[in-house]
Design a protein around this ligand. Sequence first.
Ligand SMILES: Nc1nc2c(ncn2[C@@H]2O[C@H](COP(=O)(O)OP(=O)(O)OP(=O)(O)O)[C@@H](O)[C@H]2O)c(=O)[nH]1
Ligand SMILES: [Mg+2]
Length: 395
Amino acid sequence: MSYSDYGDNDPIYGDDLADEDRESRPRLMLMGLRRSGKSSIQRVVFHKMSPTETLFLESTSKINKDNIHSFIDFQVWDFPGQMDFFDPTFDTTAIFGEVGALVFVIDSQDDYMEALAKLHATVVAAYRVNPSITFEVFIHKVDGLSEDYKIDTQRDIQQTTTDELADAGLENVQLAFYLTSIYDHSIFEAFSKVIQKLIPQLPTLENLLNILCANSGIEKAFLFDVISKIYIATDSSPVDSQSYEICSDMIDDGHNDYESSNGRQGNNHQQISGNDSSSQAVASISSRAGSLNNQPTQQTSGNHEAFSVIKMGNGTVLYLREVNKYLALICLLRAETFEKQGLIDYNVQCFKEAMDQVFELKRAERTRREMENQLMQQQQQQQQQQQHNGMYGHG
Ligand SMILES: Nc1nc2c(ncn2[C@@H]2O[C@H](COP(=O)(O)OP(=O)(O)OP(=O)(O)O)[C@@H](O)[C@H]2O)c(=O)[nH]1
Ligand SMILES: [Mg+2]
């Protein structure tokens, strides 16, 4: 995955959208009041900024467009806090027209009444232009709240928002609510769920993971984007946050100082990068300090793909294998099941081949569309040339 094009010099609002922005790649917008935490979220999730560094972020003055090139290409737009829908340069049709998801960030440590009013105005404006947007509300900075207070806050925000939308005749608009913080896994988990809604292949991926789990005795399987630590799919058994955290701790992109900055320590922090330089799927083992009596063993497969196994003291095995340069498969299974490693390796290989097919089909489809466009352009040019010749009596 590469993260490029961060911070174009565009005007504040989207009255001058580049062609690339108009492409059909899914777009995800981060909106919310000033200092609610939008830029911090974008930097921590997609640019590996450590949470404490976000203290020094400056306020955003114009839309920052971030092109994410990964298993799917998408864009993240980070908006300035105070948006004015009545500003003549705020072109709601251009801005909301092609959005996949609108993430509205609310600072839960602050008085949130103004934020709720803004959320309401934003949903109403966006829904009018584009009813297919998915609305995602991040009740953010919950690291400062007690467990009870978190639940009360979520209930209050959810209730007020849905009541007000119903009063405005928009009871059918679906909003999803998440409790998030950049200081723990919650922001990655929430982003995983948001991104998954934008992946057209999701049902296929879930199906493949279900088959893999059923045939191999695997308890839980995640398909992770190796750089962002977002999981793009999992089998359909319920996700518990602890399994997700253990699995996501197994990934490290080699530059990642997130864990140390989080105050967590990996006492078995060993890089086992595959030597394939094209691959960014570098796995490292970072087991929780002592508590689980882990016995890491690691191997790299002959073709330099990242591969690692951690046997934990509680009889659970963590199994990681690189799927392609963007994705890694991480599975949780019982130690007894892992005795049949040959079978698991074989099934995982089949899974990888099926994944290749899913993404190969997508590539083929894109190439076909590009060729069609080219052909159409050529034909148009020819037609214009013929008209031109006819007008001036040539040929
Ligand atoms: N405690 C806590 N602080 C956070 C969290 N996320 C962001 N912050 C802090 O909130 C402050 C504002 O963050 P920004 O990311 O600049 O906020 P923004 O929404 O982009 O603000 P504008 O660009 O002005 O709209 C920074 O000091 C961050 O460190 C979080 O999860 N928990
Ligand atoms: Mg900002």
